[in-house]
Design a binder for this molecule. Sequence first.
Ligand code: GLP
Length: 241
Amino acid sequence: MFEIFVYDTYEEVSQKAFEVMKKLVSEKPNAVLGLATGSSPVGLYKKMVEDHKNNGTSYADIVSYNLDEYIGLPVTHSQSYSTFMHENLFDAIDIKKGNVHLPSGVSSNLEKHAADYETELEQNPQDIQVLGVGSNGHIGFNEPGSSFDSVTHVVTLKHQTRLDNARFFATLEEVPTHAVTMGIQDIMRAKTILMVATSLKKADVVYGMIKGDISENVPASILQKHPHVIVVLDKAAASKL
Ligand code: GLP
């Protein structure tokens, strides 16, 4: 079930996403947050940081699980999702280091690491899962063709995804070819999903997610089967609905 909100600006989109998050954190101070990287949730994280500083909203008992991580980038790499999360959120709020979980892209046994992450997720279902959507319909790094039954696993990134993310690297060759990601089942387990999508580049995929056929070719279309998805869009991303 989708609850759709459309705003003029990214600022308003981020404010709405923040209000959803703040309500949860205020009502349930030990909530489990599923978090996402990418540019879409940056405004949300900025507002969480400002609110923590200005109003003292505490994350001391919050637990977080991130969706995904590139394989082969050390956590200290400027483009690792670990670095992204620490710079954009974790280092500026009072979440405990031990409560922060990101899949590792440098484990010596990636398959075992993915299985262990999966076990933890099953034991700690997300109260909310923040999501962006890739231009090809991926959620997390579940690329088109991923099974709707997938759990945490290693994936080969599509060329389009590497192109989309090349803007963060000096050259396309530097963009990792593989990642480890929560599976579709892990995302669907979240009680609430908070999807943020903006810009015309996302208009087709937002249409496919909400009104298209439910198909593994558009991983985000599985969200049509989730009981509570809050979708926050700007007008451009909503323009084909
Ligand atoms: C990456 C991430 C996704 C994210 C997507 C969209 O590939 N793995 O979790 O949703 O990009 O990114 P953006 O929000 O920058 O458009």
